[in-house]
Design a protein around this ligand. Structure first.
Ligand code: X8Z
Ligand code: ZN
Length: 601
């Protein structure tokens, strides 16, 4: 018989001197979880406010205060999770049982019981994110400093191999000082997770999916196998084009250097679309240029995003969203520019934190972030324990689902584009989308494949970087930039140059979201009566699709995610056939282009 994740954790906890209390009653359990919810909500709001200030104004003081309040909230959660084992094995109503289960699974980091270690861990996590946020590359003194936004612009726009390598290497030096802290963080986070009954911190992360952690890993393998052919075709096509452009720096049967793909982490490749666009099927417009031509400002970008959600029948964002968010990078201080959507009080105080630039990429990111905010508002009426997404992949998928509806016809409707290209240009549109969504798939997998192995000890500190590049090669078929005599080594800490690694944010959610958003898009497009090709379906203004989406959003995490998926997509399984359907015409085209050329690396 398969033992479900939470039950198994409870057994371990029960075996650890925290045996279930034979005198405990269901009534006590209900009261216990109710009290815990109220107390943790208050602590959560305090820590969220401190985190907000720290992230929008990085100083030693804001970091120290945020770390302290985070520690308080985490330690209280850990204490409640341990106490909750009193009720293990007790027959409870479904709602109380789910709340208790979620309490034990709610943390992304568990502080160890030792007060000094608990303090040290939260301080380290806050500090690593701060180091990332302040990161700059200063090749020749303070006046030459460039931040991530400037370096990313070089990666996106330059075609000069030297400039690309320089920007890439410069950014990847910011994480060297994080390495030592990261080693300690791994130790302490594992300790905290073990005290909660998990094998290690990675196992704790894998336990959050309403299925046994090992089954979850198998699901990932299954999904990856479903989409891998598509990735291999795209990879081969891009490699051929880049070989034509850069010569033997891009070997015809090998891995692609990571600095030539238009993005600092080679996680999406749409910035090199102009380099590889099909000659006869280019749609003939570029969203960045359209936004600039209309003098779109940051507010209008966010209004476009909000307007999409309200067109579906969802309530507009509250006034406080506009008053309290951070929309632009301040000139006078360090902030964490990595975009995020906040839910300070889990009621109405939602915010966006983003350093908006007027580009097509940020146009999509705004929709991504607002997806989080509209989800947060939809589940705010539920009891505190259920105020989260069905699983974390759902949270990441909502805004992206909406962004899949940004079709040429939609751009015409909102006045950004004069005329939609006819469907003979669809290969160009699909290729552009594939550079975003298909290129991302193995990257979405690789980050936590690496971290899970780090937490389990399979990758020891002296192999951090080597193992990182082995996995990047294995899944993505990419390699470090041409080293010019200085290969990447263990003095580097390349994983830490990615925000989520430095900031302790699990990453598998984005892989799941990449699959789920196409399932959502297909189902909502059907609800909206769209019968054309999926890449031309937009649910803009469609109230039926909106109601279907909202019904899922309003469930929060009150039920296992399989039920939420069933509600919106009519199936209980994550399934890559939707993303494959979407890109089927492109796959055929890519395979024609790749005739006689090697696949893989
Ligand atoms: O981190 C994000 C969002 C915030 S949840 C901007 N994303 C991942 C990334 O940037 O690496 C969105 C796509 C993947
Ligand atoms: Zn997100």
């Amino acid at each position: 018989m398969k033992i479900r994740a939470a039950a198994c954790i409870a057994c371990t906890l029960a075996a650890m001197a925290l045996a279930a209390d034979p005198k405990a009653t269901p009534e006590e359990a209900r009261k216990f979880i109710h009290d815990a919810e109220q107390k943790l909500l208050l602590l959560g709001v305090d820590s969220a406010r401190a985190d907000w200030i720290k992230s929008t104004y990085i100083t030693d003081d804001t970091e120290a205060i945020a770390a302290k309040l985070d520690e308080k909230a985490i330690a209280a959660t850990v204490a409640y999770a341990k106490q909750a084992t009193r009720f293990d094995g007790l027959k409870l109503d479904a709602e109380t049982a789910r709340k208790l289960k979620l309490l034990k699974l709610s943390l992304t980091i568990a502080t160890p019981a030792d007060a000094r270690e608990s303090e040290e861990l939260t301080r380290i996590v806050t500090g690593m994110e701060g180091t990332y946020g302040k990161g700059k590359y200063c090749p020749s003194g303070p006046a030459s400093c460039r931040d991530l936004e400037e370096l990313s612009k070089i990666l996106a726009e330059s075609r000069d191999p030297k400039a690309l390598r320089d920007a890439w290497t410069g950014w990847h030096a910011i994480s060297k000082p994080i390495r030592q802290d990261f080693v300690r963080y791994v130790d302490l986070a594992n300790k905290g997770a073990r005290q909660l009954g998990f094998k290690d911190n990675g196992a704790m992360w894998r336990s959050k999916y309403d299925m046994a952690p090992d089954d979850f890993s198998k699901e990932l393998d299954r999904l990856w196998d479903q989409v891998k052919p598509l990735y291999l075709s795209l990879h081969a096509y891009v490699r051929n084009r880049l070989h034509e452009k850069y010569g033997d720096a891009v070997p015809p049967g090998g891995a692609i250097p990571a600095d030539l793909l238009g993005n600092m982490w080679a996680q999406d490749w749409d910035n090199i679309y102009p380099l590889i666009a099909p000659a006869n099927a280019d749609p003939g417009y570029d969203v960045t240029a359209l936004l600039k031509k209309r003098n779109t400002d940051w507010k209008q970008m966010v209004k476009y995003g909000e307007g999409f959600f309200t067109s579906l029948g969802l309530a507009p964002l509250p006034e406080t969203f506009w008053e309290r968010s951070l929309f632009l990078k301040p000139k006078d201080r360090d902030v964490v520019c990595h975009a995020s959507a906040w839910d300070i009080d889990t009621l109405n105080d939602v915010r966006l934190k983003m350093c908006i630039q007027i580009t097509g990429e940020d146009f999509l990111t705004v929709h991504h972030e607002l997806g989080h905010n509209f989800y947060q508002r939809a589940y705010s009426k539920l009891p505190p324990s259920f105020r989260d997404s069905a699983n974390d992949g759902f949270h990441e998928a909502v805004g992206d689902t909406i962004a899949l509806s940004i079709t040429p016809e939609y751009l015409v409707k909102i006045g950004l584009l004069d005329r939609a290209p006819d469907t003979s240009k669809d290969i160009g549109l699909l290729l552009h989308k594939a550079l975003e969504k298909i290129a991302f798939l193995p990257f979405g997998l690789v980050i936590d494949q690496w971290r899970w192995k780090v937490f389990s000890g399979e990758i020891p500190p002296e192999k951090y970087n080597q193992a990182w590049w082995q996995l990047r090669q294995k899944y993505q078929g990419i390699a470090p930039p041409d080293p010019e005599g200085a290969p990447r080594g263990e003095a580097d800490f390349d994983p830490g140059a990615k925000y989520h690694v430095a900031a302790n944010v699990p990453y598998m959610r984005y892989f799941l979201a990449d699959i789920l958003q196409f399932q959502f898009h297909r189902a909502l497009s059907q609800a909206a009566g769209c019968t054309g090709p999926l890449n031309r379906c937009s649910i803009y203004g469609n109230k039926e699709a909106g109601a279907k989406l909202n019904a899922m959003l309003e469930m929060g995490q009150s039920r296992p995610w399989q039920e939420a998926l069933e509600k919106i997509a009519g199936t209980r399984q994550m399934d890559a056939t939707a993303i494959r359907d979407y890109f089927a015409p492109l796959q055929k085209w890519l395979d024609e282009q790749n005739q006689g050329k090697p696949l893989g690396w």
